[in-house]
Design a protein around this ligand. Structure first.
Ligand code: PLZ
Length: 427
């Protein structure tokens, strides 16, 4: 393929990979140890001059492109003015503007407030802090296949042991896990799956002890699992009736990824609190909790914060990213990507019995293989990587290939990436 100049990884990447072993802790992995030198909307260019087609967006981060002109411009302008003051010491307008945008674009027209952090895990931790504080209850309910981060509390919220939790315990208490809706595996309607989840909550904890239900509206790391229609609204209704806060973790699904601003929008679900990160700032570290004003304002002054939360450069990047989402109508772009990819992959699935399902929403799409072991997904991913196409795997059973292209990916580049994937699937 003309985009590749060397085998993958190339000689310079191999050199860096050897150097890395003596410098970087072994516990942090890399899906594809190809060292990146620059990027160009949908392409990652490595140190050997190879052009890789990016169908991962750095795990749903560079939704607006990489580098996105509006993000780069805003970052340059801000870093020349000031890099940091600490919002808790002397505030600045950019933080306010990001909160105003978040309050406007997140589901629901009620009055909202936001608070900014650095990473998704930190946002989830803080959503739980706020929920416990305002309800005076301690229990947090999460779901099978859920993923919420790698800090101590969020490891407890995360379902999968390996690699996230293995030998990292003890974990935070008062976390209860209940069945999710996984249509391919459980064959249940949304209402049936919700009844099971609610019955489990009532048996194991009871609403009176429950501060929050924390849920990804489309589960990400767990396998790109969209719940059966009706599941999310039924859980949200139960929460509302019982005074339990419904917390949507939209860290992977947010900011146009699923073809609407947030995945909760697809079923008209209005969360009490919503956590965001990843796509919010076009690659700079920023995260947020947004929620009902009366909940968010219930916490005492000084109870929320952090040195870098809402860093001015990250805020400038977020404003550039959100402007790009509006100007380029990236919700529509995500829906077009869905049409293209699903159409092509469903045709491929007809030709092989290794594929159990093609699914997803917008540009958050997945192939689940029939075998509930990682073998086929790993083989397909490896074949794609060797041909310069970055795809990721996921799933409780590791048997899912996920696609998260930047929403601005040119049509011909997406088609080229899919050609390679199709070849790998049918090999
Ligand atoms: N909630 C729904 O998807 C991050 C992490 C992959 P941080 N997902 C990718 C890995 O192996 O670490 C994520 C998410 C959802 C929370 C998080 C955590 O966000 O910014 O990685 O802390």
């Amino acid at each position: 393929m003309s985009r590749l100049r060397t085998p993958i990884p190339g000689p310079k990447s191999l050199e860096l990979q050897a150097r890395r072993k003596d410098a970087v802790a072994a516990g942090v992995g890399s899906t594809l140890p190809v060292y990146i030198d620059s990027a160009d909307d949908g392409l990652l260019i490595d140190v050997d001059g190879n052009q890789l087609i990016d169908l991962g967006s750095g795990i749903a981060v560079t939704n607006v492109g990489n580098p996105a002109p509006a993000v780069a411009e805003a970052v340059h302008a801000q870093i020349d003015r000031f890099s940091h003051t600490c919002f808790m010491i002397t505030p600045y307008e950019g933080y306010l503007e990001v909160c105003e945008e978040l309050n406007a674009v997140t589901p629901g027209t009620h009055e909202k407030r936001s608070v900014l952090f650095n990473s998704g895990a930190e946002a989830v931790e803080n959503a739980v802090k706020i929920a416990r504080h305002v309800t005076g209850r301690q229990a947090v309910v999460v779901f099978d296949h859920g993923y919420h981060g790698r800090t101590n509390l969020t490891m407890a919220l995360t379902a999968k042991n390996m690699p996230y939790k293995h030998r990292f315990g003890p974990f935070a208490p008062e976390v209860y896990r209940v069945p999710a809706s996984y249509p391919l595996h459980d064959g249940l309607t949304g209402a049936e799956a919700a009844r099971n989840a609610i019955a489990a909550i009532e048996k194991q904890v009871c609403a009176d002890n429950t501060a929050a239900v924390v849920i990804e509206p489309v589960q990400g790391e767990g396998g790109f699992i969209a719940p059966a229609p009706g599941f999310l609204p039924a859980i949200a209704d139960w929460c509302r009736e019982r005074g339990v806060l419904f917390v949507a973790d939209e860290i992977q699904t947010g900011f146009c990824r699923t073809g609407s601003w947030f995945a909760s929008d697809h079923e008209g679900v209005v969360p009490d609190l919503i956590t965001t990160a990843k796509g919010i700032a076009g690659g700079l570290p920023l995260a947020a909790v947004t929620g009902r004003a009366e909940i968010m304002d219930a916490v005492h002054v000084g109870g929320l914060g952090g040195t870098y939360g809402g860093n001015p450069v990250a805020c400038a990047a977020a404003l550039g990213a959100i402007r790009t989402m509006r100007e380029r109508d990236l919700n529509a772009a995500a829906r077009r990507i869905e049409e293209t990819v699903v159409g092509r992959l469903r045709a491929v699935a007809e030709k092989t019995d290794t594929i159990a399902e093609i699914r997803g929403r917008g540009a958050m799409l997945a192939i689940e293989f029939t075998e509930r072991t990682p073998d086929v997904a790993a083989r397909v991913a490896k074949a794609c990587h060797e041909q310069g196409v970055v795809v990721l795997t996921c799933g409780t059973y590791g048997n899912v290939i996920r696609l998260l292209p930047p929403l601005v990916i040119p049509d011909d580049l997406l088609a080229e990436g899919l050609d390679v994937l199709e070849g790998a699937l049918l090999a």
